[in-house]
Design a protein around this ligand. Sequence first.
Ligand code: ZN
Length: 75
Amino acid sequence: MRFMPWKCPRCGQAAAGTLETVPGLALLMFDDNGQAEYSGETTIDWNDQATDLDESGKVILECSNHHRWPAEYED
Ligand SMILES: [Zn+2]
């Protein structure tokens, strides 16, 4: 695969990776009256991980300095 640009426009480093969204289920606990509280645990669904895209369909790359930029992606 190829990305353009593959280097950070701010610091010149190669991208460390693509920005991804992974859905999670924040677990709830209910009392007998239906009052809910978060249990403090979230289960992550790695099978539904998806690459984030900007409005024009470009992937979002990030360098090791946490700069982000949109890039064209080619398989
Ligand atoms: Zn950078």
